[in-house]
Design a protein around this ligand. Structure first.
Ligand code: GDP
Ligand code: MG
Length: 389
């Protein structure tokens, strides 16, 4: 039988972000290794984080890796993403609902373009708390590290992140078992424990889980995984699949987290929900599981949209009615058409109101955030003002 998950500590979702090759995956592996020695984690080696076995076997793109660990005070689910595009997609769509982020910056290289972009992105998607891991501190010139810290403080303050703890670490040396750098990982975790508060969870709201992945478990049926956005779910509950033309209700026959059974899953948990009598093809990424009747799918809505400036990575030219980018909402992305409200065109840097027509119906509600991308670039971020029928 499977082990049960006992909720003895507050649970938080965190993740690494930062420029490619600055050591996010190495640091993630090092954290599990250091905590494994204290009974707070199962060691997950670099190769397991960077390329999950499922990916190799089933050939599907899993662009987000979760590891779990515990400090003395907390249980963490930690996400690490392989590439820059995965950050943009998973952070803006809310697939990675981060209560706090570890910004990994190589002390040997300093601030790089994706460092800047991830800080901006964190601010846009509402990540309230950041801790800096000044990585590759082994072999780095201490004066250079001082300088990088000053520049980072300035960059973070520009985005409203003040008094951010910065810890000099070496993921690589900690992985190698070096005591000095093992201690640096412990300092980093202490900073996360102290600096990132336990968030308020909406456990009393109707259940909602954006579908990230769907798997078939032989002999048990179809399992849907994702981070519970709000509410709670327990065995015996009826849930409804909403969006992308899907629409069925099913009874929950199991709830798990990281392979352990749960009495109930609640907002903030990364959960696997087993559904009775549902075929693999009936449910897919981009739909949501919700308390029946609590949410509807729409393909038209009024939105407020901020067009990123060229400096923020956005467009260099205006948009007009008829503009057709890709819309990223929760775990889905669908093409859509923009109809400007009043003006004939809008420039990068403008905030506009517009009507959006999506190519497919998606579970929507007032206040839902979304990203707009084209040609591999995030060009705008918006909020649903009113769903329209
Ligand atoms: P990511 O792209 O941010 O996930 O970076 P990786 O974890 O894949 O690391 C990129 C490269 O930097 C690899 O060759 C690592 O071995 C190296 N690296 C990572 N952490 C450290 C560190 O603390 N010190 C040194 N010297 N190298 C590191
Ligand atoms: Mg990586």
């Amino acid at each position: 039988a499977k082990r049960a998950y006992t909720r003895t500590k507050p649970h938080l979702n965190i993740g690494t972000m930062g420029h490619v090759d600055h050591g996010k995956t190495t640091l993630t592996a090092a954290i599990t290794k250091v905590l494994a020695e204290r009974g707070g984690a199962k060691y997950v080696p670099f190769e397991r984080i960077d390329r999950t076995p499922e990916e190799a076997v089933r050939g599907i793109t899993i662009n987000i890796s979760h590891v779990e660990y515990e400090t003395a005070d907390r249980h963490y689910a930690h996400v690490d993403m392989p590439g820059h595009a995965d950050y943009v997609k998973n952070m803006i769509t809310g697939a990675a609902q981060l209560d706090g982020a570890i910004l990994v910056v190589s002390g040997q290289d300093g601030i790089m373009p994706q460092t800047r972009e991830h800080v901006l992105l964190a601010r846009r998607v509402g990540v309230e708390h950041v801790v800096v891991a000044l990585n590759k501190a082994d072999g780095a010139d201490p004066e250079l590290l001082d300088l990088v810290e000053l520049e980072l403080a300035e960059l973070l303050a520009e985005q409203g992140y003040h008094d951010v703890p910065m810890v000099r670490v070496s993921g690589l040396r900690a992985l190698a078992g070096d005591p000095e750098w093992t201690a640096s990982i412990e300092s980093l975790l202490r900073a996360v424990d102290e600096h990132v508060p336990v968030p308020v969870r909406y456990t009393d709201a109707p259940f909602l889980l954006p579908v990230e992945n769907v798997l078939t478990v032989t002999g048990r049926g179809t399992v849907v995984t994702g981070a519970i956005e709000r509410g709670t779910v327990r065995v015996g509950d009826t849930v409804e699949a909403v969006g992308l033309g899907g629409g069925f209700t099913a009874v929950v026959t199991g709830v798990e987290t990281f392979g352990k059974t749960m009495e109930h899953g609640e907002a903030g948990d990364n959960a696997a929900v087993l559904l009775r009598g549902v075929r693999r093809e009936q449910v897919r990424r981009g739909q949501v599981l919700a308390a029946p009747g609590s949410l509807r799918a729409y393909s038209r809505f009024r939105a407020r949209i901020y067009l990123l400036t060229t400096a923020e990575g956005g467009r260099s030219t205006p948009i007009a009615t008829g503009y057709r980018p890709q819309f990223y909402l929760r775990t889905t992305d669908v093409p859509g058409r923009v109809e400007l409200d009043t003006a004939t065109s809008a420039l990068p840097g403008d905030t506009i109101e517009a009507i959006v027509d999506l190519g497919k119906p998606v579970a929507l509600e007032t206040g839902l955030g979304f990203a707009v991308r084209e040609g591999g670039l995030t060009v705008a971020a918006g909020t649903v003002l009113t769903p329209l029928v």
